[in-house]
Every structure is written in structure tokens, then in C-alpha cells.
Design a binder for this molecule. Structure first.
Ligand code: PLP
Length: 399
């Protein structure tokens, strides 16, 4: 099992920001659907009606988890798809209505938003990429200043997936109340980790993904406030109010609903537990390993995220050395696995190439224990010392 010791080597999974294992409750609920529900929710006969009942019950659970009305939930095939629908769907509709072609986003968005904006720029949309401060925070005042009469969409993520910084979404939402621009937030990293309420955040659209909260991969949702319209990206059947046609992934959607309900139910206790472990991990690393630095905001950060730079070490070498010791973490330095480009997030925060390259993201989860943290820190201490011993730059550093 992830996060637990195995027969041969202790295995510790600290990459919950990438994905989480499917929980047993989720798996059981999905198996029940596969075994018992043969119908298509769009069919009028009893098999279809029964499937539809599960689909709509799942919609209620997802809506309740974020303070929405069930009619405002559109199920999608992933968080990426929901982001694309929100950004492209809004842009195309508003442009057609002659409302404008200007979009505001941040320079630290997930590629599901960033690359979508880049694609729209090729279609003639104008994109403003807002900067962030040293902690990775987008300024609400910058959003206000960037707004123009022809701004049609503002899309700013709720929390960053690499450094964990939580953005002032409610404050930005307040500013946008008086403006025509639609406000979208990518909440893939926050739902189930910190309280998320669409009315408190004052957003028009919000993206969720199931696999970050112990649900299945390949399922997500887009919250669309009543009255908000988008151009669909696909055409076909009448499912999901024709906004996202195709026969629903019923088992996946039911699994998603169980996962989100459970995550919200356990949130208060689990958030505090994770924060305590996260702070111990950060403090122990910073205190015992020289020339290390926390990336992201010290307090306004995801409860399970620790992102640390190790000077004079390549992040990739650290990951591989930790992997050999059974510890799974990810690099803050590569946006895509295999890429040697430094992280666009760390660069936007003003880190040097070298520091950005020596960064690790450790994301904790349900199975993480205090013992795991002690083990990870002791391995990191050894590995960092060994890698630095082999580095000519480390020797030269104070000369
Ligand atoms: N947005 C953020 C902030 C993410 O962290 C991720 C996943 O890494 C996504 C979007 C994409 O979600 P999915 O994997 O469901 O497509």
C-alpha cells in the first residue's frame, strides 16, 4: 500500500499533488455501479432511469461539496477538460457576442490553463499574464489594474500545484463583481484540502478533478454559476445540458462523488493533521540541511504541500536518489517530466535557474505518518550531503 512499508523496502509516497490512490470506499462504490448498473442514463427504460438516479445523486454530492446548486455542475473527463471548457468556451462565446477578446490570467497557472490561453492567443485573443510576488501570490490590485472594458475572462488558480500558494480568490471575485468579465478558478488542488465555497469565493466557474482526492483518474467537473454560458467544445448528444455531450462515465462520476463527499467530511481533522506533518517536514529540512529554502507562501499554502530548494543540487538527482530509497517525490524544477526547462512557477517567483533546478515538491496524504517524515528527512540529509560532496560547485561556493 502507498505510504506503508513493503516487505523489501520501505515505500513512502509523497506525490499526492500529482495523484492519489483510489480509496476503498470509492472503489467499492465504482464496482457496485459496474456490477449493477448496465443502463445508459439517457435511456428511458428502467435500466436507464436507475443509472440516471445514480448520476443525479452524484451531482448533488459534488454540488454540496462546493456550495453549489446541482444544476450548476457539469461532469467532464478531467480537470484539464474543465479548464479548457471554461477558458475556450467563454472566449469563443464572448468574442462571437462582440464583448471583447481580452483575457487575464497569471504566469503560474497549470498548463491546462496556460497552454489553452496560448492557443487562444493564436486565434487573435489578447492575454495578460499577471506576475506573482516572491511567495507566488497574485495581487488583486494587479487584476483591477489589468481590467479593460473588453476583458471577457479572468482565470486565476485557487492554489498552485507546485508551490502550494493559495490565491486571494474572494478578493479578486469582489473586484470583478462590477465587471462583465467571467471569473474562473482552477480549484483542482484545493477542493477537499481547504474549504471551497463558490459563493464565498465569488467565482462564476470553478474546476475540480477527482484523482487528487482519492477518486478515479479521468473524471472532473466544471461548476458554472446559473446564467453563465459557454460555447461547447464538443457536439453530439444532449448530455450535461449539451455543454459536454457523450455517454457519462457513471462509475467514475459516482466514485468522484464518494471521494469529494468523504474529503469534505474529513477536511477539518485531516487539514490540521497534514499541516502539522507538513510543518515538521519543512522545519526539519530547513534546520538540519544547510542552504535550503522554502518555496511558496509560509502560511497561505496547501496543507499537504512542502516545496524546498536545495542549493548546489540538481532536483532530478535528488528525485532519483530518493526513489532508490523508496521515496516518491516530484521536482519543482521540471514542468513536465523529462523536461529540463526550469519550472515556470519558480521562475515567475524570481528564483535563479540554479535554485529552481534544485527544488523538490513533497505532497503528503492520508497514509503519511510522522515516522515517514522522520525517515524522509534522514534520507534527504544523507542524499543531499552525498550529492554535494560530488559537486565541484559546492566546494567552490565560499571561495
Ligand atoms: N489544474 C491543476 C492545478 C492541477 O494540479 C492539475 C493536475 O495536475 C490539473 C489542472 C489537471 O487535472 P487532470 O489531471 O484531472 O486533467
Amino acid at each position: 500500500m502507498l505510504g506503508r512499508g513493503s516487505l523489501s523496502m520501505k515505500k513512502i509516497y509523497l506525490d499526492h499533488g500529482a495523484t492519489t490512490p483510489v480509496s476503498s470506499e470509492v472503489l467499492d462504490a465504482m464496482i457496485d455501479i459496474y456490477k449493477q448498473e448496465a443502463g445508459n442514463p439517457s435511456s428511458v427504460h428502467q435500466f436507464g432511469r436507475s443509472a440516471k438516479k445514480h448520476l443525479e445523486a452524484a451531482r448533488v454530492k459534488v454540488a454540496n461539496a462546493i456550495g453549489a446548486d446541482p444544476k450548476e455542475i457539469i461532469f467532464t473527463g478531467s480537470g484539464t477538460e474543465a479548464d479548457n471548457m471554461a477558458v475556450i468556451g467563454t472566449a469563443r462565446l464572448k468574442a462571437k457576442q462582440g464583448k471583447g477578446k481580452h483575457i487575464i490570467t497569471s504566469s503560474i497557472e497549470h498548463h491546462a490553463v496556460l497552454d489553452t490561453c496560448k492557443a487562444l492567443a493564436k486565434e487573435g485573443f489578447e492575454i495578460t499574464y499577471l506576475p506573482v510576488d516572491e511567495f507566488g501570490v497574485v495581487s488583486a490590485a494587479d487584476v483591477r489594474e489589468a481590467l479593460r472594458p473588453d476583458t471577457i475572462l479572468v482565470t486565476i488558480m485557487h492554489a498552485n500545484n507546485e508551490v502550494g500558494t493559495i490565491q486571494p480568490i474572494a478578493e479578486i471575485g469582489q473586484i470583478l463583481k462590477e465587471h462583465q468579465a467571467v471569473f474562473h478558478t482552477d480549484a483542482v488542488q484545493t477542493v477537499g484540502k481547504v474549504p471551497v465555497d463558490v459563493n464565498e469565493l465569488q467565482v462564476d466557474m470553478l474546476t475540480v478533478s477527482a484523482h487528487k482526492i482519492y477518486g478515479p483518474k479521468g473524471v472532473g467537473a466544471l461548476y458554472m454559476r446559473k446564467g453563465i454560458r459557454i460555447e461547447p467544445l464538443m457536439y453530439g448528444g444532449g448530455q450535461e445540458r449539451k455543454i459536454r455531450p457523450s455517454t457519462e462515465n457513471l462509475a467514475g462520476i459516482v466514485g468522484f462523488a464518494v471521494a469529494i463527499e468523504k474529503a469534505v467530511e474529513e477536511l477539518a481533522v485531516e487539514k490540521q493533521r497534514l499541516e502539522t506533518l507538513r510543518d515538521k517536514l519543512i522545519d526539519d529540512i530547513l534546520q538540519t540541511i544547510p542552504e535550503t529554502k522554502l518555496n511558496g507562501h509560509p502560511t497561505e499554502r496547501l496543507p499537504h504541500n512542502a516545496n524546498v530548494s536545495f542549493e548546489y543540487i540538481e532536483g532530478e538527482s535528488l528525485i532519483l536518489s530518493l526513489d532508490m530509497k523508496g521515496i516518491a517525490v516530484s521536482s519543482g524544477s521540471a514542468c513536465t517530466s523529462g523536461s529540463l526547462d526550469p519550472s515556470h512557477v519558480l521562475m515567475a517567483m524570481g528564483l535563479s535557474h540554479q535554485t529552481a533546478h534544485g527544488s523538490l515538491r513533497m505532497t503528503l496524504g492520508k497514509a503519511t505518518t510522522e515516522e515517514d517524515i522522520d525517515y524522509v528527512v534522514s534520507v534527504l540529509k544523507d542524499v543531499a550531503a552525498r550529492l554535494r560532496e560530488m559537486s565541484p560547485v559546492w566546494e567552490q561556493r565560499n571561495k
